[in-house]
Design a protein around this ligand. Sequence first.
Ligand SMILES: NC(=O)c1ccc[n+]([C@@H]2O[C@H](COP(=O)([O-])OP(=O)(O)OC[C@H]3O[C@@H](n4cnc5c(N)ncnc54)[C@H](O)[C@@H]3O)[C@@H](O)[C@H]2O)c1
Length: 319
Amino acid sequence: MDGLVSAIPVLDHDAVLAAVDPSAAIEQVRDAFIRHYRGEWQMPPKVYLLSPPNGDFRAMPALGDGLALLKWVTSFPGNPAVQLPTVSGVICLSDAATGVPLMLLDARSVTALRTGAVAAVATQALARSDAQTVGIVGCGLHGAWAARCLIAAGYKPGVCHDPRPEAAAALAREMGFRPGTRDEALAQEIICAVTPGHEPVIGVGDLHQGAHLNMLGADGPGKAEATAEAVAACVLFCDEWTQAVHGGELTGAVEAGLVGREQVTDLGAVLAGVATGRPTPEAVTLFDSTGLAIQDLAIAKAALTAWREGLVSAQTINL
Ligand SMILES: NC(=O)c1ccc[n+]([C@@H]2O[C@H](COP(=O)([O-])OP(=O)(O)OC[C@H]3O[C@@H](n4cnc5c(N)ncnc54)[C@H](O)[C@@H]3O)[C@@H](O)[C@H]2O)c1
């Protein structure tokens, strides 16, 4: 049918956030990990396209629940200095049965929401059952969404730390945290590291009994937020092993020969109930988040449902 024109809804940044709130994002992302672990959702490894010296592009496909998704997204850590976002891009959500595009979505908001959501999902699965207070190290876009999602999941405000005092103060004000030093943030029961990953912000001496760490910032080659020795001292979990050893928090410890595959448990296995999470109350658990396309599919699917139910309006374009 050459010449057939179809109108595609486009959800911009604010429409995505209006369509899916943090509590819904947490539920959807947890379900996505379980479905992927069971083999019901498919996800080839993401492809990195380096753009030195400024950053990289990632192409991230996933398929599940009758939908197929491609996220074309960036990490350009120097962008905030020129008033541009670190992460930006576009998601195309298609009908998996026909290949027809169903929706375009802003990738920045979907990424922020699903990254914050996985911090909450991992914390619920791996932190001590009595853990409450949250420390955020790195209070930029994704640090803020980690805080929002953890608070939505019922955890308690703790300490925000950022070398940019205004970033820590703004997040602290919004979420009821207090701004503080790195040490104060790392002394909390649940810690989220969400820095650009240029230099380690966590060493062995920073680990305290019973802590849970969500390592969110190291999501590409050459990035790390903890020293390899600190990583090796923790009980380890990852979102996806292939990604974690290629460009995650585990990469340095694996390359140094300190950590092997057998020491790392997939979060999906824990969520699906086939692997043990935290072994003891005293253990220090570390979750390496590299960011998965199934997380994006979880949010995009929820956004499509919200639009179909008339809960959010969209622009349209004709293709
Ligand atoms: N795991 C994932 O799924 C995922 C998803 C999106 C982004 N990321 C990564 O997360 C990182 C942060 O992204 P963002 O969009 O929030 O960036 P951002 O620039 O908005 O925020 C980064 C923050 O870290 C702060 N920071 C820098 N050095 C620090 C240090 N030594 N200690 C404490 N804070 C420090 C900066 O001042 C800034 O506020 C990037 O590396 C990005 O690629 C990961």
